[in-house]
Design a protein around this ligand. Structure first.
Ligand SMILES: [Zn+2]
Length: 66
């Protein structure tokens, strides 16, 4: 018997609906958020997705947050 995972896996579409939120007061977070805003303003969705991936990786790495 194998233990069940606590949460279902994340699917690509999840990024669209639940983008990671930057932490207040963290320069790196603000930088990623600014890049994401610029990409959204330019309708560059691959750049938006890229910024979200990088921000989420940074949140995990620097803030132990998902
Ligand atoms: Zn940060």
């Amino acid at each position: 018997m194998t233990p069940r995972p606590p949460r279902p896996p994340l699917y690509p579409s999840y990024e669209e609906y639940r983008p990671p939120a930057p932490m207040d007061g963290c320069e790196a977070c603000q930088e990623f958020a600014a890049r994401r805003s610029a990409a959204q303003a330019a309708f560059d969705y691959s750049a938006v997705s890229d910024a979200n991936v990088r921000l989420r990786a940074h949140l995990l790495d620097a803030h132990s947050r998902t």
